[in-house]
Design a protein around this ligand. Structure first.
Ligand code: PHB
Length: 413
């Protein structure tokens, strides 16, 4: 694109100092404008994507999976879309921290000139960045955060992960089918935990089951023995639990095992956050038989997943691959489709519009972006922790709930 300037004014009269000064300043302004326009064209050749996630601290492995998913996407698809090259700029928010996330999202938009924001492991962080999107003309693709209402925080949010409603509602049907009548729920006291509790209760009571008690724990809880005592005292046949994947989930499942609840006949039911693959070696034999519902297992049997796992493992140590990687891989696919549809121009509304209804085969199975909710429609799998032939522990998929939307959003709308 070229800057068009008004033709030079012609005048036969000699110029006064004031007129010469004005002429000089006009030329400077025009030159700056031309430079700005030409550099914005040059900018469009490199599309910057800002990724916010936990890359250090207790949840660093989750951020590492984001990064491995992004790199796997580039390895398998390249990092160019048409004439444009995608450049990723990472920012680290080690634990849920809305204020830090909001500041970094601003910094990415203003200083780095990112055209897209992605990542977001924790719900409060995704919620904190959403208010700047419209003003900044930037879409946000949520790779993990799982509270249903995040997509309602801005029309420019698209999500490639899962929601606790999507996972917990079918788990209620599984509990009922297996003859479980009384359940106690235990969740972290914030968005996805409350969604998980509400969804499970709604599903389980609709099946005729009873939730005998609901415990909400602060996110900082790390001594779970008193909770296990309350679970035992409740007389429930099963405990349904959600905590954000990472050290809290490992600690919770270990406490369940060590406090003898399995032997006491209390089944642990959970979304798959509680049995992420990197934790399975530490959980070991006592976790075998544990039932979870989830959108993705590293052991999912498909050619797309085999290629994805191989590519992701070029960027990880053995045993480190976890579900945030598939959210990131599919998130980059969605961003690449947005770039393609807008020809690299910065038009957030058009970018989001272009991916409504998009469907493809993900490493997790068939998926699509629901045009109404901008959330992922996908299969939810019932899995059982099992020992594979090679002696490793896996989340073995044993049943499929096909084409699940988000019952939370569907109920709200
Ligand atoms: C969330 O904060 O939304 C979240 C974090 C970790 C999970 C699931 C959801 O495993």
């Amino acid at each position: 694109m070229e800057a068009t300037a008004n033709p030079e004014p012609h005048s036969s009269a000699p110029l006064t100092w004031a007129a010469r000064w004005e002429d000089f300043m006009n030329k400077i302004i025009l030159a700056s404008l031309a430079l700005a326009l030409s550099s914005s064209v040059a900018f469009a050749d490199t599309i910057k994507v800002g990724i916010i996630g936990p890359f250090s601290g207790p949840f660093a492995l989750q951020g590492k999976s984001f990064q491995a998913g992004i790199e796997a996407f580039f390895d398998l698809n390249g990092n160019t879309v048409g004439d444009d090259t995608i450049e990723v700029v990472y920012r680290d928010v080690p634990e849920a921290n809305p204020a830090q996330t909001a500041a970094l999202a601003q910094e990415l938009v203003i200083n780095e000139g990112v055209q897209y924001l992605g990542g977001f492991y924790f719900t409060p962080d995704a919620m904190a960045a959403a208010p700047i999107l419209e003003e900044a003309n930037v879409p946000m693709v949520v790779f993990n955060a799982a509270t249903s209402t995040i997509v309602e925080a801005s029309p420019l949010v698209v999500r490639t992960s899962f929601t606790q409603w999507q996972l917990s509602y079918p788990m209620a049907a599984v509990a009922h089918e297996r003859g479980i009548e009384k359940v106690i729920t235990v969740v972290s006291d914030y968005g996805p935990g409350i969604d998980a509790e509400t969804a499970f209760k709604a599903g389980f009571e609709a099946e005729g089951g009873a939730v005998v008690e609901s415990i909400r724990m602060p996110m900082t809880t790390n001594d779970f023995s008193p909770i296990m005592q309350r679970v035992r005292d409740s007389g429930a046949n099963a405990v349904f639990a959600f905590l954000p994947s990472g050290p809290p989930t490992l600690g919770f499942v270990q406490a369940y095992n060590e406090n003898g609840l399995k032997d006491a006949g209390v089944q642990l039911l959970a979304p798959g956050d509680l049995t992420q693959e990197s934790d399975l070696p530490a959980l070991g034999e006592p976790a075998v038989g544990m039932l979870t519902t989830f959108h993705y297992a590293v052991s999912h049997d498909s050619p797309e997943n085999a290629a994805f796992v191989e590519a992701a493992y070029k960027h990880l140590n053995p045993g480190e691959l976890n579900f945030p990687a598939v959210g990131a891989f599919d998130g980059m696919y969605v961003i690449s489709k947005m770039i393609e549809a807008t020809g690299g121009n910065q038009d957030a509304a058009a970018a989001v519009e272009a991916v409504k209804g998009l469907s493809w085969t993900s490493p997790r199975g068939p998926v699509s972006i629901d045009p109404e909710t901008r959330h992922m429609t996908q299969n939810v799998y019932l899995r059982e922790v099992a020992k594979a032939e090679d002696g490793t522990f896996i989340n073995k998929e044993i049943q499929t709930f096909e084409n699940m939307g988000d019952p939370g959003l569907e109920q709200a709308n």
